[in-house]
Design a protein around this ligand. Structure first.
Ligand SMILES: *[C@@H]1O[C@H](CO)[C@@H](O)[C@H](O)[C@H]1NC(C)=O
Length: 422
């Protein structure tokens, strides 16, 4: 047997063991009112929600994961609430295994071609950090790599500052982008890395660095991200254990941990929920780090985007009550500008982007980065849900090139909008 075949067999064995926990888990699409879907989120694994404007039922729909043990009880519950549902996937473990073997394949293809990183594969936190350091060494005049601090488990969180003026020209606007606050949303770090690439390596539009300073955090939650790579592909939260109940249910939902209407409702105080808000606002070191970076440059920051997966949406404030901020109109217009640029390059099978108030499009949320950044004074702030096609956040690595390319067009349009509105 060739070495390659043995290698593949070993991989297959490892892959099999790791994803066994999702053997027989099925995915269902279930329709309901905003309140009904929000209620599910506190006790079920909701992979994403589709706005009513997009669904055949004309209602909000959630994609949920049901284990074989809990499936019957949940389906009975949906029936009792008159919530229509359909099965969309039979065995989640199978889907995860497919994704993983494609990624192993893609990474070795990239290695063979001698590149440190490719747009066709998902990389680990160490590889991404090494890539950032390389960029810092190669482009010292524009890229500064900052060791911002440690994650709960002690991983170095890095971000890059991109500036042609060393961040010293206080008249330039700043754009802040973060990725992988939610661990399992793997397509978000490549998008962040591609944005860096377009700004400093390929330099496709020099106006965007001449006129704007950028801060990009490609892996905001490295503990969760690594855990999703090595242990549990569906992991969403951080990996902290500083709360009561952490032994059984570690981790906090980073995008419910910001100090904006934190703990007032619409997130969960149950540590086992996927939207657990944490023991206090900013309890998570990773989230404090985003807070500190944002506050350091808050006076001149114009645009903040948190990259998430999935659903093709630009969501803006206020998520906590569904009313609009004072600049609601331009917030919407800038969102449309970005969405339109992306849609122009999108695959035919992709859903067109929806731009709207987070609570109106989906459901109420509290403690989100989008609302908190708006509240501290950044005019344009969004949660950007990238495409998942039929795969959700298990989108195969063969799609990342498409997603990073089209999303860059949206970011470029957003940056141009900022420049033209100064
Ligand atoms: C809704 O929440 C925002 C903060 O997110 C607040 O400024 C506004 O006053 C609230 N509106 C109502 C009607 O409660």
């Amino acid at each position: 047997m060739s070495r390659l075949v043995i290698g593949l067999l070993l991989c297959a064995a490892v892959v099999y063991g790791k994803h066994e926990q999702y053997e027989g888990h099925q995915l269902y699409r279930v329709a309901g009112s905003s309140q009904e879907i929000a209620l599910l989120e506190a006790s079920l694994d909701i992979l994403s929600a589709s706005p009513a404007a997009r669904t055949a039922s004309g209602k909000l729909e959630a994609l949920v994961r049901l284990s074989p043990e809990e499936k019957h009880a949940w389906l009975a519950y949906f029936d009792s609430k008159n919530m229509p549902y359909t099965k969309v996937a039979d065995n989640l473990a199978e889907i995860i295994r497919d994704e993983e073997s494609q990624n192993i394949e893609a990474m070795s293809a990239a290695k063979r071609s001698g590149r440190s990183i490719s747009w066709d594969a998902y990389y680990g936190h160490d590889e991404i950090n090494a890539h950032l350091d390389e960029l810092g060494e190669k482009y010292p005049d524009v890229v500064t790599v900052i060791n911002a601090g440690l994650s709960y488990e002690g991983r170095q969180i890095k971000y890059v500052r991109i500036s042609t003026t060393r961040f010293e020209n206080l008249r330039k606007p700043v754009i802040v982008i973060d990725a992988a606050v939610h661990a399992r949303e793997w397509v978000t770090p490549p998008v962040a890395l591609y944005i860096i690439n377009q700004l400093v390596v390929d330099v496709v539009n020099k106006r965007l660095t001449d006129g704007i300073d950028w801060i990009i955090i490609p892996v905001a939650n490295p503990d969760g991200y690594e855990y999703s790579r090595t242990e549990n592909r569906m992991w969403r939260k951080t990996r902290s254990r500083s709360h009561v109940g952490a032994d059984e249910c570690p981790g906090v939902d980073g995008n419910r941990n910001f100090d904006h209407y934190w703990g007032t409702s619409a997130a969960s105080s149950n540590p086992c929920s996927i939207i657990y808000e944490g023991p206090s606002a900013f309890s998570e070191p990773e989230i404090r780090l985003i807070r500190d970076v944002v506050l350091r440059h808050v006076e001149r920051t114009q645009l903040y985007i948190s990259l998430h997966s999935f659903g093709n949406m630009f969501l803006y404030a206020w998520g906590n009550n569904g009313t609009l901020p004072s600049n609601g109109l331009v917030l919407h217009l800038a969102g449309i500008r970005m969405a339109t640029a992306i849609d122009k390059l999108a695959l035919d099978k992709a859903d067109r982007y929806i731009v709207g108030n987070a609570a109106n499009v989906l459901y109420y949320t509290t403690g989100t980065s989008r609302d908190w950044t708006r509240a501290v004074g950044i005019p344009y702030t969004y949660t950007l849900e990238l495409p998942g096609y039929e795969y959700g956040f298990l989108v195969p690595p063969s799609y990342t090139r498409q997603i990073v390319t089209e999303t860059w067009a949206g970011i470029e349009a957003g940056a141009e909008y900022i420049l033209s509105s100064l």
